[in-house]
Design a protein around this ligand. Sequence first.
Ligand code: NBP
Length: 480
Amino acid sequence: PTANIGVVGLAVMGSNLARNLASREGNTVAVFNRSYEKTETLVTEHPEAGFVPASTYEEFAAALQKPRTAIIMVKAGGPTDAVIDELMRVFEPGDIIIDGGNSLFTDTIRREKAVREAGFNFVGMGVSGGEEGALLGPSLMPGGPDEAWVTLGPILRSIAAVAEGEPCVTHVGHDGAGHFVKMVHNGIEYADMQLIAEAYDLIRRGTGKTPAEIADVFAEWNRGELESYLIEITAEVLRQNDAATGRPLVDVIVDEAGAKGTGAWTVQTALDLGVPVSGIAEATFARSLSSHREQRDVSGALPGPSDDAFTVPDADAFIEQVRLALYASKIVAYSQGFDEIRAGAAQYGWTIDLGAISRIWRGGCIIRAQFLNRIADAYAAEPELPVLLSAPYFVEALGRAQAAWRDIVQIAAGAGIPAPAFSSSLAYYDGLRAERLPAALIQGQRDFFGAHTYRRTDKPGTFHTLWSGDRTEIEAEDTH
Ligand code: NBP
């Protein structure tokens, strides 16, 4: 056998990852795809890669040195299970099977257990950065056993993106930890994109600037604390004119946002864990709302503010307020995402270094941003931060931004411009800030209709008021 690593599944992600692997010193890459044409095309188009093509799973196994190490890049779900079964048939105990697809972390937990019990090593690995990342350097989030990491670590370090001299890969934790972190990465991506879209909408409607002029605003923002891949590509998209009509492309694109489901997974999982990821949830719901054309057809029938023509008096000052609101809301979205990782780790027994996660997201992936250095600093200073936004740097930034943030949410509400991610992030922030929350009233209501009991601020114990009797209070058995 001549190959030290193999790739199964040669659609766009798999071929690019295979080419990335082959371009690194010391790697010889075996490649296999269910339909052989894709294998042939890849090998023919890239003779420089020195691929070892296989037309059957048996040939693929025979091409690999032990412990055999193979990365699966096929459609998540049934296809991934099918490939794992085939690899277990032709591999031997001790070999390493890596799933680099976008698998749901609970599937990864199930697969890891089954594959381990059969004597193999299984690694569920989040891969971020799309096609280009796979080819030039992705951010990699591998989970799985320590034993596999010994063989895999050096290979993954060699192909990952590099940020500030460090490869964007870390052994995230056991079994489903890598895919869990990748899922939350995508959830944060949804929130970040929605916040940017809200900022664009407010600026466009408030100042009347053209998309190309707003592109300049984003390009300018990209030189400051908002510097990030998403801000950078936003400028590019806004600057693009449609060749057919000569209009800004953004005005020609149908305003219904698609989704492949990872945002929804992040929110569903957060609901199960009881973690308030309101920014990610609002971003996911905003995409849903946009794609319900039949419901949006009622738009003309719904009354809005009397003064629909909304113009701000000072465009530059308004744009700066929007920038601050965006930055503050972004801090909330990331803080919520890291909160979900912290809660997931506690629930599933993973040891996850949150600072390391922020560092591996600095390169290769869609949410790569300057800002992640601040998160890394925050966790370096205090690894057990209860909530990320309470780190001194973020407290200072939120303090600087909050007045503008409140103005922007008010302006948006007054003008009838939807800003669900801006406003829910502010509500979350104010919820954390509040000394007393009306949750006390909710406890009273719950006790009234369901005898769910409440705790008192002035003494220990659990209490119930006899609402349908004489309304005296009794000490109740703690039902929890
Ligand atoms: P696709 O998700 O489109 O999957 C196509 C590949 O799956 C082909 O190689 C196909 O083989 C193979 N396949 C299928 Br479908 N059923 C199979 C089966 N039963 N047995 C063996 N192979 C089977 O490819 P992709 O867009 O390259 O993505 C690969 C993975 O990477 C996915 O899980 C995706 O979610 C994830 N991912 C994608 C991106 C991105 O930006 N696209 C980013 C990060 C992660 P065939 O050629 O014989 O049909």
